[in-house]
Design a protein around this ligand. Structure first.
Ligand SMILES: C[S@@+](CC[C@H](N)C(=O)[O-])C[C@H]1O[C@@H](n2cnc3c(N)ncnc32)[C@H](O)[C@@H]1O
Length: 265
């Protein structure tokens, strides 16, 4: 994990300072009192690359590229559309419905997990994995504490279980057929920089490609489908055995699926 310190806003209340102290213990990193220092000065004094910033009701990470914080992003509009009877490409690709159990192997900022959780509902389950501990921490905290949204979106957020883990390792320990669908949204081999809400995550995200071994494990763990999102035209679909799904002909992003209902296991 890259080098970081923990600090707070300039005049923290007791709870904020307590949480900062707790997180510094959890991660074994220095807790630095903010006083009146700028982030650049704190980074210089403590030789830190990044800062985990604890605010009154949220966490963020200050990197060289800016501040990364949790926000439902596109999930808000996508859920509004779903409620209005429109489709969603991820949900169509996963083929999930109320009660479904989904393993999201690449949580990132959590938009896809929130939309899946909205559809899976109270009787379903979304487990979401994130390999970077700082991303996992701010998104876990955001999913539990973000309050500025409508109740059905907040409920969908609260139901997601976030686990800081490498999906390859996690999948090895899952029982066969333990999720209805397993989903991957890795950092694209060729990033779509201009349109992506993911730019702030880039300095921290794990960019390694998925392996055939990970996909084999996912096929063992999923009951019905393994789905991957990638750049349209990406060679990753063929390399990893995904069939590209229709429905996004004019989009720069494509979904691929491996259907497991016909397998002989
Ligand atoms: C493109 S983002 C996912 C975006 C997400 N679908 C959303 O809606 O915000 C990919 C995320 O997967 C994480 N990741 C990459 N490899 C991983 C692995 N082996 N296990 C778990 N997470 C991984 C990256 O760190 C990054 O945060």
């Amino acid at each position: 994990m890259n080098n970081f310190i923990v600090t707070t806003t300039r005049k923290p209340d007791f709870a904020t300072e307590n949480l900062a102290a707790e997180l510094s213990l959890k991660f074994g990193r220095k807790f630095v009192r903010r006083e009146d220092f700028s982030f650049d000065t704190l980074k210089k004094i403590h030789g830190a690359e990044n800062i985990l910033l604890v605010k009154k009701n949220s966490l963020s990470i200050v990197t060289a590229d800016g501040e990364l914080f949790f926000h439902p992003n596109t999930a808000h509009l996508r859920i509004k559309n779903l409620r209005g009877g429109e489709g969603d490409r991820l949900i169509d690709a996963l083929k999930i419905s109320a009660g479904s159990k989904v393993l999201d192997c690449t949580l990132g900022l959590g938009s896809d997990a929130i939309v899946a959780s909205f559809i899976a509902g109270e009787t379903g389950k979304i487990v979401a994995l994130e390999i970077n501990p700082l991303i996992a921490e701010i998104v876990r905290h955001g999913l539990k504490n973000f309050s500025d949204d409508s109740p059905h979106i907040l409920q969908a957020m609260r139901r997601i279980e976030v686990i800081n883990a490498d999906c390859g390792e996690f999948l090895k320990n899952c029982a066969a057929n333990s999720f209805d669908a397993v989903y991957f949204d890795p950092m694209f081999r060729r990033p779509i920089k201009k349109s992506s809400g993911l730019n702030p995550i880039r300095p921290l995200a794990d960019n390694r490609p998925l392996t055939e071994k990970i996909i084999r494990e996912a096929c063992r763990v999923a009951k019905f489908r393994v789905v991957m999102k990638e750049h349209s035209g990406s060679g990753e679909f063929e390399r990893l055995g995904f069939k590209i799904l229709d429905g996004g002909k004019y989009s720069s992003v494509a979904f691929g699926a491996i259907e497991l209902t016909d397998r002989n296991v």
